[in-house]
Design a protein around this ligand. Structure first.
Ligand SMILES: Cc1ncc(COP(=O)(O)O)c(C=O)c1O
Length: 387
């Protein structure tokens, strides 16, 4: 082959820092992984059974492009109940293949080639790449631990140019565990209003907050008309493998998103839609039980890391701790690699999540309490040599 058949924008995409690392982990034995970004719980039984029944009843066909109306109605009621935000289930909600697809739809629907999207970082690894794939330009706005990883508002506003189209935020945040305060989000809204920007708000971790209310961006006064809300079932209901999520937005934006979804996906998995309906109807006690367990682990890991001399910001959402490892004098990639080789503990280098992640690693506590205890013992040995 004398030339690459790959499109330039694809050939030049950076491979995911997480994938690269976990390909190595997969070849090793006796590793405790604090690297995973998904619940260790199996989907709660009533949800599982609803999926099984759906298959047994022969629900093996496509659904309407937007998804089963009953599920969208239940979702609209759920969002209204939790956040007081109103979406018309017929024209303003669609069921998607996870937030991953919803994000792709949102970006592809709004971006002209070369338009910029402001992305507070550290953030979920897909954000920058998905902006690029949609023809846009991601502009990273690093957050700082001294600001409790709230978006840096001054930097955000200073980064606005005539080409800026949107702000893409994700709180509770992966990888820092930060929950953006209402005041901060109101300031983000003020910037969006001043410069007439769309706000894409990835709220996949909305149910995983510890002792704080979740602030739904679209529910802020005046925000609704410029907001695309992305949400899902993967995290709160332990349903990552079902591949189901949703987007909610004003009908004008939704028309565009739905058009892309129609041609690329057709409809979200039918079995998963039925399971999601059950999650909305009967999932609450299970969400609360998992939340309690995550909280127990959160206290363990944050306390443990701080005691070992790795300063760790207190995460108030999601299921990640984000310790600062610069005291070891190592870069985050070196730290992660050495910890894996010497102690068989897998964590993710902070730089995988963009600017602002340097000097940190992400430790997921979506893993068993006992495994976290053992991981902390191993990290203690590591710190005795390298601290
Ligand atoms: C912030 C964030 N958004 C979206 C996703 C993808 O979620 P889904 O499984 O719904 O595609 C993840 C998964 O880790 C995430 O952390």
């Amino acid at each position: 082959m004398t030339k690459s058949y790959l499109a330039h924008r694809v050939a030049t995409l950076k491979p995911s820092g997480i994938r690269k690392f976990f390909d190595i982990v997969a070849t090793m034995k006796d590793v405790i992984s604090l690297g995973i970004g998904e619940p260790d719980f199996t989907t709660p039984d009533p949800i599982l059974q609803a999926g099984i029944r759906s298959l047994e009843h022969g629900e093996t066909h496509y659904t309407s492009n937007s998804g089963v109306l009953e599920v969208r109605q239940e979702l609209a009621a759920h969002l209204q109940r939790l956040y007081g935000v109103t979406y018309d289930p017929v024209t303003e909600i669609i069921l998607t293949v996870g937030v991953s697809e919803a994000l792709y739809l949102a970006l592809t629907a709004i971006l002209e080639p070369g338009e910029e999207v402001l992305v507070p970082t550290p953030c979920f690894v897909a954000y920058q790449t998905e902006v690029t794939l949609a023809g846009g330009v991601p502009v990273e706005i690093p957050s700082r631990v001294q600001d409790n990883f709230q978006p840096n508002l001054a930097a955000l506003e200073a980064a606005v140019t005539p080409r800026t189209k949107a702000i893409l935020i994700g709180y509770p945040n992966n990888p820092t565990g930060a929950v953006a305060s209402r005041e901060t989000l109101l300031e983000v809204l003020r910037i969006a209003e001043k410069h007439d920007l769309v706000v894409i708000s990835d709220e996949i971790y909305d149910r995983l907050v510890y002792g704080l209310p979740h602030v739904c961006f679209a529910a802020l006064p005046g925000a609704w008309k410029r907001t695309i809300t992305l949400g899902g079932f993967s995290k709160a209901y332990a349903m990552t493998g079902w591949r189901i999520g949703y987007a909610a937005a004003p009908a004008e934006l939704m028309v565009g998103m739905l058009r892309i979804h129609q041609y690329t996906i057709m409809s979200a998995p039918t079995t998963a839609q039925t399971a999601a309906l059950e999650a909305l109807r009967a999932g609450e006690p299970h969400v609360q039980a998992m939340l309690d367990e995550y909280n127990r682990r959160r206290v363990l890991i944050v306390g443990g890391l701080n005691r070992l001399g790795l300063p760790t910001f207190e995460p108030r959402g999601a299921f990640y701790a984000f310790p600062q490892i610069s005291v070891t004098g190592m870069a985050d990639e070196t730290f992660s690699q050495k910890l894996l080789e010497e102690e068989r503990v897998a964590v993710v280098p902070g730089t995988a999540f963009g600017a602002g992640g340097e000097g940190f690693v992400r430790c997921s506590y979506a893993t068993a309490y006992e495994k976290i205890e053992e991981a902390l013992h191993r990290i203690e040995h590591f710190m005795q040599r390298h601290g």
